[in-house]
Write a protein that binds this ligand. Sequence first.
Ligand code: F6P
Length: 319
Amino acid sequence: MKNIAILCSGGDVSGMNPALKHFVEYSLQKGLTPYFVYDGYEGLIDNNIREATYKDVSGIINRGGTKIRSARSKRFIDKKYRDIAKKNLDMLNIDMLVVLGGDGSFKGLDIFYKENGIKFCGIPATIDNDISGTEYCLGVDSALNIIKTSIDSIRDTAASFSRAFVIETMGRDCGYLALISALTCGAELCLIPEKEYDLKSYEDKFKKEIQNGRRYFLAIVSEGIKQDSKEIAEWFSQKIGMESKVTVLGHVQRGGNPTVYDRLMAYKFINHAITALLQGKDESVICYTKDGFKYKSIDEVVNTTFKLDPELLEFLENV
Ligand code: F6P
């Protein structure tokens, strides 16, 4: 029997639990013994690694977050701790690792492989959807659906009360969540870090719209823009002449019931990751592209700057 382990690193996403469930099922199907590493790389260092069974994953497919928890480990950056992690894996005879996380998490993995030969397959998982080489990261659809529900609710009250709402999404330096939400939920203004803007250029247009009967505005802004959301709201009050409110969606975007799409993507990502390791692909990231799933090298994923799809950026012009 060969042993394989899985861990979650960085921000949790809805879709990790369905991935854990399928990891156990598919590993056993392939004659592997599955292990869970709790608390990300911290668990590797602290030997918080336990064999996983069907019982561990029953009843989790519908739950957000991750049953094995996640962490952003500072200690794993230090070789001293990576050596401890290697010893812990050796004790359990584990030489294959599946990691759900972002590119920061993959960087550490690559070093670990080069030093210690622990084979890995990375599965892109972040609501930010900002990993180079993949069109999709696990958790994005669930986050977008939470944002959609929130914006739809805010629209109800904005329309009833003649207000401007500034709705701030997560995404770190990437405007993907804000942009897709603006395109799919409707917004009068969408501000993202990838595009310079000048609020002044909207003033005449918005005032005219009010004269023509517009009674509310929705502005969807990404947390990564230079201005604070409160400043945008003040601009609505002072320059456009409409009472304004700010809603920072925050961590609600990361949790909740995983969507059907994320459950299916979790299933597929896991299948590809385990297959890669069994086929002797020792250091890859499984990416989802326009041509389907593709194994990419860690270099390609980690050392290439992420760029938002130019087609999506063009759509921003029409928001
Ligand atoms: O990377 C995922 C993410 O949710 C970002 O969108 C956000 O900026 C950050 O993590 C928040 O991190 P934390 O949960 O540590 O506050």
